[in-house]
Design a protein around this ligand. Structure first.
Ligand SMILES: [Zn+2]
Length: 446
């Protein structure tokens, strides 16, 4: 769910500047004006889906749904919800016939449910992503060219010559990537050293990584690390975590919610409001059937307004959100409406025998094909169990690749067992409390 911005992929200056200028203005539009924008974009994407996407061509015909007749955002509800299962089963017919003209890239996520899903993201969607982040970060004072630090693993796993390095700095993008695989209390001075050297104004990471980093610094006793702002992403940020991070880094945490399929984006403003970015996609909240007046919790249903190669309409993201009981308007005066709490991903960390704290080991399932479902269970300090549901295409090579990537994370000492299971066994677990990573070991502050 964390999204890596690779500036190379976004080098389309005219389109970027145009969208950037629009988003700068549109955040102050009234909600009515923003919804008119959504309706116009929706008509475009629905017509495209009808003309070019075989799955929607036959679905709309069956429903006698004509995109030309759409006059309000409510008309979208005439289309049934798109589950991850439907995406998996209809993958080929969900790809637009003219997808190539949008430069699509195949992407994979295991999401919060552990079930793998593949989809295409394209150039218009990348341009949106770039401009969305630019606007969101600028709420915290970011300007293009500012040095920016972030915890990440992807770079190090794909540049194996650097896997034992604590950081990678790109002088062109001014991006300082801190190696999450080496994250331990013993290595803390190495992280402080590179941050001191490059002096980034901002720090970004998973809520749990930022929190544990702050705890490490607290335990160490002395650090002068401070930032203009810290960006928390990819996981649910608990208020007690936020307090520790803000205290240690002497700045505000800006929290956000997004997902790899890019249908909705929620980001926190300087006044603490969680804003739904209406220009990004259409977010509906499907009320839980058993929820009463009090709970007001619902599932996030998202419709992408910018991804043409594989448009996802009314996509069941798999995360829950709380509807805001009070005003949906923010004191910052932005027209983007507010929501309450986001119940996103919450994972345990794996603690390795050499004391490293692996907060994002769940990403292994985004790197190995042929896995339908994956879960990681740390039984004790020295033993990890991978629960895997294979796809038909899973082979001996898939297993070798999986084990090699897990070894990159955990090192040579841990025993790794694979428990091949089936989806029925997995679904016996309560999906709301489901974790991709379950650990019996906790990092000890003392
Ligand atoms: Zn606000």
């Amino acid at each position: 769910m964390s999204v890596d911005l690779n500036f190379r992929d976004f080098f389309h200056p005219v389109s970027i500047l145009k969208l950037r200028r629009f988003l700068e203005k549109s955040q102050w539009f009234s909600q009515e004006k923003l919804q008119r924008y959504q309706l116009n974009r929706l008509r475009v994407i629905l017509s495209h889906a009808y003309e070019n996407v075989p799955y929607y061509r036959s679905l709309f015909s069956e429903l006698q749904f004509n995109p030309q007749d759409v006059t309000s955002l409510d008309d979208l509800k005439k289309i049934p919800i798109l589950t991850k299962d439907i995406v998996r089963k209809n993958f080929n017919i969900l790809i637009a016939r003219n997808a190539k003209s949008f430069n699509p890239v195949l992407t994979r996520t295991s999401g919060t449910s552990g079930e793998s899903v593949e989809f295409y993201l394209d150039r218009p969607s990348n341009i949106l992503e770039f401009c969305y982040y630019w606007r969101y970060w600028s709420w915290a004072g970011y300007r293009i060219g500012d040095t920016f630090a972030e915890f990440g693993n992807f770079y190090f796993l794909t540049h194996r010559e650097d896997i034992h390095k604590i950081h990678h700095f790109n002088p062109f993008t001014k991006r300082l990537i801190l190696n999450g695989i080496l994250f331990s209390y013993e290595n803390i001075d190495k992280y402080i050293e590179v941050i001191d050297k490059h002096k980034p104004l901002f720090l970004k990471g998973l809520a749990s990584t930022l929190y544990i980093f702050a705890l490490f610094l607290k335990k160490r006793g002395q650090s002068n690390l401070s930032f203009k702002a810290v960006f928390s992403t990819g996981e649910m940020l608990i208020e007690s975590q936020r307090a520790v991070i803000e205290e240690v880094f002497q700045c505000k945490v800006f929290d956000s919610y997004g997902h790899m399929e890019r249908t909705v984006a929620i980001s926190e403003c300087p006044n603490g409001g969680y804003h739904i970015n209406l220009e990004y996609g259409i977010m509906e909240i499907e009320q839980q059937k058993n929820s009463n007046e009090e709970s007001r919790i619902g599932r996030i249903i998202g419709t992408s307004l910018h991804n043409f190669s594989m448009p996802l309409l009314r996509y069941d993201v798999g995360d829950l959100v709380e509807i805001k009981k009070e005003s949906i308007y923010c004191s910052c005066k932005r027209g983007l409406p507010l929501i309450g709490k986001i119940h996103g991903r919450q994972e345990d960390s794996v603690i390795t025998p050499d004391g490293r704290v692996l907060t994002s080991i769940y990403m292994i399932f985004e790197l190995v094909e042929d896995i339908e479902f994956g879960q990681i269970i740390q039984k004790d300090k020295n033993r990890l169990v991978l629960r895997i549901v294979k796809k038909e295409s899973y082979s001996a090579e898939s297993e070798t690749k999986l084990l090699s990537i897990v070894r990159d994370f955990v090192g040579d000492i841990m025993k790794i067992d694979i428990d091949y299971t089936n989806i029925e066994e997995i679904k016996k677990q309560d999906s709301h409390k489901f974790r991709v990573v379950v650990s019996n070991c906790k990092w000890d502050m003392n």
